[in-house]
Design a protein around this ligand. Structure first.
Ligand SMILES: [Zn+2]
Length: 464
């Protein structure tokens, strides 16, 4: 099967040009003008933008009580063709066993986007440190540690993170941290609840920016001590962003991402009446406007590298999950579904408002996430030899984001009612049309497990 996408305006992380793209089977085989003799199918993309399918480096399917890969069609409908999921580590299992189990029980034969896995440490033992050296053999090149969630199996002490950093660089594994000071969050939560402050808005008060900044600074110092690269996931506040920025400026391999909701939703949402604020509870919390402005600037200037969705659609949604915390904000399950809306939000609130260029959009949406996760050049770009993961984007479409159009399976959308400019008109996954005009037209199980290569972007120019 030879498919030709003609006359589209191709946007890459660096450039923009009108050309044809020839796809043979699952790969892009030519880019140029006047291509297509003998194509089986021709699609005219005149007046449309054509860019690589998104790579969302931060999603949760089947962890933290979230819905599983049954709802990964939400990703492709929203123009994201590759997702990188966090595989939880059940007690007693190694990281490799955990990833294998997570894949076999939840993803394989079900996923509708291509996918990879980050390891997610929940049972930190000495064996874990040894195992880091062999993770790349199994296609796992990133490993996440939580500095938050005291009292849960997630929270890891500094000594383990430090030892992991020392070992990881030998194997090219990128250490990722969720940076919040779990001890302080625990104290603030208890104090607020004791004062009768139980509403969702106090979720923000229990996790102020400095709680995040303190842990970010600590993680950065641990990485510097270990002389190892570090990737800080979901940077949400000005203070943490500046720590990442200033460390990188000092010449150290410290990088960070932010997420869609930290760019587009302010803390005011947590104060919505009738417990509606619970729909916006995620950790770290969404912040006041000054932080949103700082994060956009950081993306534009390259101080933060990528934007994930931190997609986490609670199985019971608002009615049956979020409402568990109606008398106590600390019992509200964390997470917001966002994988489907990442493209729309970055385009509408980033490109259309001229906070970022179309090239920067492609960079933070697809190219750099693929590089961070060791999936580049197969994923994240339109180039000869890469997978034919392609979005044909209609920049003139106008609409409104609503749960009614969402495939994520939850009963609400955190971005409900927000304007949307432009839409993924056609989405191809390895050469196959898989979504069209907001509807899923692919097949369950079409997503492939893509193994990561070690020494991803955080190791660029890194020397021991
Ligand atoms: Zn997350």
């Amino acid at each position: 099967m030879r498919l030709l996408i003609k006359n589209g305006t191709i946007i890459s992380a660096e450039s923009e040009y009108v050309a044809d793209i020839l796809i043979e089977g699952e790969k892009i085989t030519a880019i140029g003008t006047g291509l297509g003799n003998g194509a089986d199918e021709v699609i005219d993309a005149s007046g449309k933008y054509v860019f690589p399918g998104g790579v969302d480096e931060h999603v949760h399917y089947g962890s933290f009580g979230s819905l599983t890969f049954e709802t990964t069609n939400a990703a492709v409908v929203g123009g994201t063709t590759t997702i990188v999921d966090f595989a939880p580590q059940p007690k007693g299992l190694s990281i490799k066993e955990s990833v294998k189990k997570h894949n076999e029980t939840l993803a394989e034969g079900i996923a509708m986007a291509d996918y990879s896995f980050h390891g997610m440490v929940m049972d930190p033992t000495e064996d874990l440190i040894e195992e880091i050296l062999t993770l790349p053999e199994a296609g796992i090149s990133t490993l996440k540690f939580f500095m938050a969630y005291k009292g849960s199996p997630f929270m890891v002490e500094d000594d383990i993170i430090f030892k992991a950093l020392q070992v990881a660089k030998k194997a090219g594994v990128t250490i990722m941290v969720h940076a919040e000071n779990g001890e302080i969050v625990d104290i603030l939560q208890k104090q607020l609840i004791a004062e009768g402050k139980t509403d969702p808005i106090y979720h923000a008060a229990s996790r102020p920016p400095l709680v995040e900044a303190e842990a970010t600074a600590r993680a950065i110092y641990l990485a510097e001590l270990a002389n190892s690269p570090l990737f800080v996931v979901h940077v949400t506040c000005k203070e943490s962003m500046e720590l990442v920025r200033d460390t990188y400026m000092r010449g150290l391999p410290v990088y960070g991402e932010t997420c869609t909701h930290y760019l587009t939703l302010t803390e005011d949402n947590l104060a919505k009446p009738n417990f509606e604020g619970a729909k916006y509870v995620c950790s770290p919390p969404i912040r006041p406007q000054e932080h949103l402005d700082a994060l956009w600037e950081a993306l534009s200037r390259g101080w933060l590298l990528a934007v994930g969705s931190d997609h986490c659609a609670n199985e019971g949604g608002f009615e049956n999950d979020k409402k568990k915390g109606i008398d106590d904000f600390t019992k509200i399950p964390n997470g917001c579904p966002g994988v489907q809306d990442r493209l729309a939000l970055l385009w509408t609130y980033g490109v259309e408002t001229e906070k970022i260029t179309p090239q920067k959009f492609v960079d933070i949406f697809a190219t750099t996430p693929a590089k961070v996760c060791g999936l580049f050049p197969r994923k994240g770009q339109i180039a000869v030899g890469s997978d034919a993961d392609i979005v044909i984007f209609d920049p003139n479409w106008k609409g409104t984001i609503t749960v009614k159009d969402s495939y994520h399976g939850s009963d609400y959308n955190s971005f409900e009612g927000m304007d949307q400019i432009g839409r993924a008109e056609k989405v191809f996954l390895r050469g196959r049309l898989t979504a069209e005009n907001g509807k899923f037209v692919g097949e369950k199980g079409q997503g492939k497990y893509i193994k990561m290569k070690p020494f991803g972007l955080c190791y660029d120019n890194f020397k021991e």
